[in-house]
Design a protein around this ligand. Sequence first.
Ligand code: ZN
Length: 68
Amino acid sequence: MLDTLLHEFAHHLDVHLFDWPDTPHTRGFYWRVDALYHLALTTPAEKRKPLVWIKSGTRWRIDLTKLR
Ligand SMILES: [Zn+2]
């Protein structure tokens, strides 16, 4: 549930804080969601796992097996 809330909040920030006309699901977008997630949970820096990306055709996706 926190992931979903932060995902939607990141869309909100893209539009209302950065004044972007569109808010696509780029790797930067997911980086911002991940940063908000760890900020919300106060995860110590040494315990954070970096996002691992897998190229799938022309798109990238997060390797969820490498996260939590
Ligand atoms: Zn979205």
